[in-house]
Design a protein around this ligand. Structure first.
Ligand SMILES: [Zn+2]
Length: 135
Protein backbone atom coordinates (compact mmCIF):
# COMPACT_ATOMS: atom_id res chain seq x y z
CA UNK A 1 0.00 0.00 0.00
CA UNK A 2 1.48 3.30 -1.04
CA UNK A 3 0.25 6.50 0.52
CA UNK A 4 -0.30 9.55 -1.60
CA UNK A 5 2.19 12.24 -0.56
CA UNK A 6 -0.57 14.87 -0.56
CA UNK A 7 -4.27 15.22 0.20
CA UNK A 8 -6.99 17.76 -0.59
CA UNK A 9 -8.64 18.92 2.64
CA UNK A 10 -12.42 19.51 2.68
CA UNK A 11 -14.61 21.47 5.07
CA UNK A 12 -17.80 20.20 6.69
CA UNK A 13 -19.75 21.12 3.55
CA UNK A 14 -17.41 19.05 1.41
CA UNK A 15 -15.83 22.10 -0.18
CA UNK A 16 -12.08 21.94 -0.75
CA UNK A 17 -10.23 24.49 1.38
CA UNK A 18 -6.61 23.43 1.37
CA UNK A 19 -3.93 20.96 0.49
CA UNK A 20 -1.82 18.88 2.82
CA UNK A 21 1.52 17.55 1.60
CA UNK A 22 3.91 15.22 3.39
CA UNK A 23 7.09 16.59 4.94
CA UNK A 24 9.15 14.42 2.58
CA UNK A 25 7.41 15.82 -0.48
CA UNK A 26 7.67 19.35 0.90
CA UNK A 27 11.42 18.92 1.39
CA UNK A 28 11.63 17.83 -2.24
CA UNK A 29 9.60 20.65 -3.79
CA UNK A 30 10.02 23.50 -1.29
CA UNK A 31 12.72 25.38 -3.19
CA UNK A 32 10.60 25.46 -6.34
CA UNK A 33 7.15 25.84 -4.81
CA UNK A 34 7.79 28.39 -2.07
CA UNK A 35 8.58 31.32 -4.40
CA UNK A 36 5.37 30.56 -6.35
CA UNK A 37 3.32 30.46 -3.13
CA UNK A 38 4.89 33.68 -1.86
CA UNK A 39 4.17 35.43 -5.14
CA UNK A 40 0.58 34.14 -5.18
CA UNK A 41 0.11 35.36 -1.61
CA UNK A 42 1.38 38.79 -2.66
CA UNK A 43 4.41 38.65 -0.43
CA UNK A 44 7.56 40.38 -1.50
CA UNK A 45 10.01 38.42 -3.53
CA UNK A 46 13.56 38.39 -2.30
CA UNK A 47 15.66 41.18 -3.79
CA UNK A 48 17.50 40.28 -6.98
CA UNK A 49 20.93 40.52 -5.42
CA UNK A 50 20.13 37.81 -2.90
CA UNK A 51 21.33 34.57 -4.43
CA UNK A 52 19.06 31.55 -4.21
CA UNK A 53 20.26 29.00 -1.71
CA UNK A 54 20.75 25.39 -2.87
CA UNK A 55 18.31 24.12 -0.25
CA UNK A 56 17.56 20.99 -2.26
CA UNK A 57 21.22 20.01 -1.94
CA UNK A 58 21.07 20.64 1.82
CA UNK A 59 17.92 18.51 2.09
CA UNK A 60 19.64 15.75 0.11
CA UNK A 61 22.62 15.89 2.47
CA UNK A 62 20.27 15.62 5.46
CA UNK A 63 18.22 12.84 3.82
CA UNK A 64 21.24 10.69 2.93
CA UNK A 65 23.19 11.50 6.09
CA UNK A 66 25.06 8.37 7.24
CA UNK A 67 27.84 9.71 9.46
CA UNK A 68 28.05 8.54 13.09
CA UNK A 69 26.95 11.92 14.51
CA UNK A 70 23.96 14.13 13.83
CA UNK A 71 24.08 16.79 11.13
CA UNK A 72 24.00 20.03 13.07
CA UNK A 73 22.95 23.45 11.89
CA UNK A 74 25.53 25.48 13.75
CA UNK A 75 27.66 27.89 11.77
CA UNK A 76 30.32 30.21 13.16
CA UNK A 77 32.32 32.80 11.25
CA UNK A 78 36.02 32.68 12.08
CA UNK A 79 36.41 36.17 10.64
CA UNK A 80 33.90 38.39 12.47
CA UNK A 81 32.65 36.05 15.19
CA UNK A 82 29.04 35.78 14.01
CA UNK A 83 27.60 32.50 15.26
CA UNK A 84 24.34 30.68 14.80
CA UNK A 85 22.91 27.58 16.43
CA UNK A 86 20.62 27.08 13.41
CA UNK A 87 21.63 28.90 10.24
CA UNK A 88 18.13 28.59 8.78
CA UNK A 89 16.35 30.01 11.83
CA UNK A 90 17.99 33.40 12.38
CA UNK A 91 15.95 36.50 11.70
CA UNK A 92 17.58 38.29 10.04
CA UNK A 93 19.76 35.52 8.70
CA UNK A 94 23.42 35.48 9.75
CA UNK A 95 24.48 32.91 7.18
CA UNK A 96 23.24 31.90 3.76
CA UNK A 97 23.98 28.57 2.13
CA UNK A 98 26.22 28.98 -0.92
CA UNK A 99 27.00 25.38 -1.80
CA UNK A 100 26.34 21.91 -0.50
CA UNK A 101 26.92 18.39 -1.72
CA UNK A 102 26.43 14.77 -0.77
CA UNK A 103 30.17 14.49 -0.10
CA UNK A 104 29.51 16.34 3.15
CA UNK A 105 30.55 19.84 2.14
CA UNK A 106 28.42 22.80 3.19
CA UNK A 107 29.59 26.31 2.40
CA UNK A 108 27.98 29.39 3.89
CA UNK A 109 28.35 33.11 3.37
CA UNK A 110 28.52 35.23 6.50
CA UNK A 111 25.96 38.00 6.03
CA UNK A 112 27.92 40.32 8.34
CA UNK A 113 31.38 40.23 6.74
CA UNK A 114 30.77 38.08 3.62
CA UNK A 115 33.45 35.57 4.62
CA UNK A 116 32.97 32.01 3.34
CA UNK A 117 32.55 29.43 6.08
CA UNK A 118 33.07 25.89 4.83
CA UNK A 119 32.05 22.87 6.90
CA UNK A 120 33.44 19.55 5.72
CA UNK A 121 31.81 16.59 7.37
CA UNK A 122 34.05 13.56 7.78
CA UNK A 123 33.48 10.25 9.57
CA UNK A 124 35.55 11.44 12.53
CA UNK A 125 34.17 14.94 12.75
CA UNK A 126 33.64 18.31 11.14
CA UNK A 127 36.38 20.53 9.80
CA UNK A 128 35.47 24.21 9.61
CA UNK A 129 37.36 26.77 7.58
CA UNK A 130 36.66 30.48 7.22
CA UNK A 131 38.01 32.37 4.23
CA UNK A 132 37.72 36.18 4.36
CA UNK A 133 35.73 37.91 1.62
CA UNK A 134 37.84 39.06 -1.30
CA UNK A 135 36.46 41.70 -3.69
ZN1 LIG B 1 31.64 37.00 9.42
Amino acid sequence: MSERPYAILHDAQGEPFGVFISAALWAEVQAEVLPVLMAAAGEQQQPEEVFPEPLGDWNDLAAFWDLPYPLDRTVACGQCGAASSDWQADEPRLFRLKACNLGGLARFECQRCRARVTKRHFKDGVKVQTVPFVE
